[in-house]
Each structure stands twice: as structure tokens, then as C-alpha cells.
Design a protein around this ligand. Structure first.
Ligand SMILES: C[S@@+](CC[C@H](N)C(=O)[O-])C[C@H]1O[C@@H](n2cnc3c(N)ncnc32)[C@H](O)[C@@H]1O
Length: 367
């Protein structure tokens, strides 16, 4: 069954294929990626403040690192979350920075009501454009994407290390890694159409309005069927916030297929460490606000068997805003029968083509 909805984007009508079934707890759902755009609202912030897997890791890191220290909270959100928690954990002071005006104003209202208000300084703006004195001992920044670096963490935290952190200062989180595995999209959404969740449409509208026109936005899959993965995931993007942090990177990985099926793309997801020695948060296996991101590669699904290999290269380079990376994927699928299939995809943070391949043509049909 088909259901389409219309969005009006700067005077143009955009048709969107929508899942006719309402969303429910545990059901797979297709969304646009949301975290890397300035469209956060109360609902998105609440999915984070109630994320136990995430919050317990940040709290454990702050309990260990914040006491007696000056903390800088980059991207504090409307709840001033990590600035408040840092002070409650014993930080000397906290500076909280938020770029979204509405979130900043909500945070400012909350700050006035807090007992710890004299210990927290709230600033409006982008951390990369602000000056802070004195420098902080700890920088906490939950600007991690479902695709680890998509929210600009590499550029923002490189700048924070250079200009905002005192010598010997530390960043929380410690490390973020994106893993990838080959998949067939319909297998991730068993028994469901490949269509956006109805609840996602306001976010699609906000992102297209913000950009000024539609584009082939990255596809976020909530609760994917993990049986659809054709092998274990392997790292394709590594962000060491307290080590060798790079704003551009290129990783080639060999994904050796372990079960028969079809491949039309790759699923990627986040592993996150707030402290170096903890069990990482695994966004695919744990209940968390981070979801997985699907990238289409092959227009026609390619049949595969154990022993076939998908060699995948993912490159990141900063987009024209100097903060958010564009991703470029290239892949060669080699079958044990001697066949080779090549594919590539550029996934810009913003802009780029609209309806460039059959998947996006199906998601955004024409009348
Ligand atoms: C994923 S949310 C996290 C909100 C809150 N800190 C939490 O953990 O629940 C990221 C927030 O960081 C803000 N942000 C991202 N980069 C920023 C920057 N460079 N400077 C200031 N705010 C930033 C976004 O607007 C958004 O509110």
C-alpha cells in the first residue's frame, strides 16, 4: 500500500513516500538524519535526556574528571545538561555554549532558576567563533552523530583543543567510531515498505527549509532488523578526541561476508567511549537515541555468498561550512565466482543532487 505526503519547500512541492502504518515501540522506522542540522526541538532533546545508555557514560566520566575543574560544555542544548551535571559532580565552574537561539533562550530561563546559577556561565553562539578565558580543564561536548563525525565533532573539538582547553586538558567523550556492514535495505525493514515514518516529516520539512531546497538526505534507520547484516561491522571512521584527531580521514576496510543474501548498500552505526576503559555504547545493539545510517551503493541488489568480500572506502572531508563533513563511499564487491561490482556514493552534509538514484526517486516520487 502506498501513501504520499506533500511538502512545500520554498514554493516547490516535494512528494514524499510515507509508511502507512503508524510507528510503535520497537518497529523499524526510516527517518532523515537530524543531528547535524540546527533543527533541534523539545522532542529531540528529550530523546537525549532520557537516553540511559548515553547518560550513564557521560555521568561516569564527569564524576571522575570534573571535580575541582573548569568545565566547558559545548552544545549544552536547552537543558544545560552537562554544565549542570559537571557542577553537581564538583566542578569549580562551567561555561555552557549553545548555537541554536531557541535552545539558548530556554536554557537561559532554566539557568535563572538553578541553585548553581552563579557557577554556570551560558553563552550563545558557535564555540568555533567564541573566545573563552580562562581556558577549561575539561571539555564535554555531546556533538556526536549516528554517523560519528557528522555533527562536526572533529572540527569543533580540534578548535576546542587548540583554543579553549588548558594544556593537559581532556575531552569527553574520549572516542567515537563508525562501524559498517553490508546489507540489503528491505531486510532492515522486514514486512515494511521503504518509506519515511510519518512522524519524521516535520523534520524533513525543517531540514529542506533550512537548506532552501530538497537534497538526497542521509537515511536514518531506527530499530533495524540486525539479522540483515551480512557480516560483523568494522570501523570506517575513528575520532580520537584525546589523541590524533583528524578533520579529514580515509579508511578502507574489508568486509568478508559470512552469510548468503543480497547487498545493495551498507549500514553504519556508532560505538562511543566516554572514558577509555569502559564498555562502549553500541548504537546498533543498545537502546539509545542514536540510530543507524543506511547508504545505498548498488542500484540492483547483488546476490552474495559466504567468502565474497565488499572492500569499502569511506573518506570524510569538511563541507563548505568548514565544520560538518561530507562523506564519500567507494566499494568493490568481489564474489568467489570471480565477479567484481563497483559502486560509489557522495553524501554531502547539505546540498548535492536530489533524486539522484532509484532509492531516492522512490522515496520522493513525481506526480
Ligand atoms: C546532540 S545535542 C546535545 C544536547 C545536550 N548537550 C545533551 O547532551 O543532551 C547537540 C547540541 O549541540 C549544539 N551545538 C553543536 N555544535 C555546536 C558548537 N560548535 N557550538 C555551540 N553549540 C553547538 C547543537 O545546536 C545542539 O543543541
Amino acid at each position: 500500500m502506498h501513501k504520499t505526503r506533500e511538502l512545500e519547500v520554498h514554493g516547490h512541492t516535494v512528494l514524499v513516500e510515507v509508511d502507512p502504518e503508524p510507528g510503535r515501540e520497537g518497529r523499524a522506522a526510516l527517518w532523515p538524519t537530524v543531528g547535524e542540522y540546527p533543527i533541534y526541538d523539545g522532542f529531540l532533546y528529550s530523546t537525549m535526556t532520557t537516553d540511559h545508555e548515553r547518560n550513564q557514560r557521560f555521568l561516569a566520566a564527569l564524576a571522575k574528571l570534573a571535580p575541582g575543574r573548569r568545565v566547558l560544555d559545548i552544545g549544552t542544548g536547552e537543558d544545560l545538561l552537562w554544565a549542570r551535571e559537571s557542577v553537581q559532580a564538583g566542578a569549580r565552574t562551567a561555561v555552557a555554549v549553545e548555537v541554536i537561539a531557541d535552545a539558548f533562550h530556554t536554557a537561559a530561563g532554566t539557568l535563572e532558576t538553578l541553585d548553581e546559577r552563579d557557577m554556570i556561565t551560558l553563552l550563545h553562539g558557535e564555540s568555533t567563533a567564541l573566545q573563552f578565558a580562562p581556558r577549561a580543564d575539561i571539555c564535554v561536548a555531546e556533538i556526536i552523530g549516528s554517523l560519528a563525525g557528522a555533527e562536526g565533532a572533529a572540527a569543533v573539538l580540534t578548535d576546542a583543543r587548540d583554543r579553549h582547553l588548558a594544556p593537559g586538558g581532556l575531552v569527553v567523550p574520549h572516542r567515537a567510531v563508525t562501524l559498517a556492514a553490508p546489507v540489503h535495505l528491505p531486510g532492515l525493514l522486514p514486512g515494511q515498505p521503504v518509506a519515511f515514518a510519518e512522524e519524521a516529516l516535520p523534520y524533513l520539512q525543517h531540514i529542506f527549509d533550512w537548506h532552501g531546497s530538497p537534497f538526497d538526505i542521509r537515511l536514518r534507520i531506527e530499530n533495524p532488523n540486525t539479522d540483515a547484516l551480512l557480516c560483523e561491522g568494522r570501523p570506517v571512521e575513528v575520532l580520537d578526541f584525546n589523541g590524533d584527531l583528524r578533520t579529514q580521514q580515509r579508511t578502507t576496510t574489508r568486509l568478508a561476508i559470512t552469510r548468503a543474501g543480497h547487498v545493495d548498500g551498507v549500514l553504519t552505526w556508532l560505538n562511543l567511549w566516554c572514558l577509555p576503559d569502559e564498555e562502549p555504547l553500541d548504537a546498533l545493539r543498545m537502546k539509545t537515541n542514536w540510530a543507524s545510517i543506511y547508504f545505498p551503493l548498488f542500484d540492483q541488489p547483488v546476490p552474495v555468498a559466504p567468502g565474497d568480500v565488499l572492500e569499502l572506502t569511506i573518506e570524510t572531508a569538511l563541507s563548505d561550512d568548514g565544520i560538518h563533513p561530507d562523506y564519500h563511499l567507494s566499494a568493490t564487491l568481489r564474489t568467489t565466482g570471480g565477479q567484481e561490482h563497483h559502486a560509489s556514493l557522495t553524501s554531502p552534509h547539505h546540498g548535492g543532487p536530489f533524486r539522484a538514484d532509484p532509492l531516492y526517486q522512490a522515496l520522493f516520487p513525481t506526480a
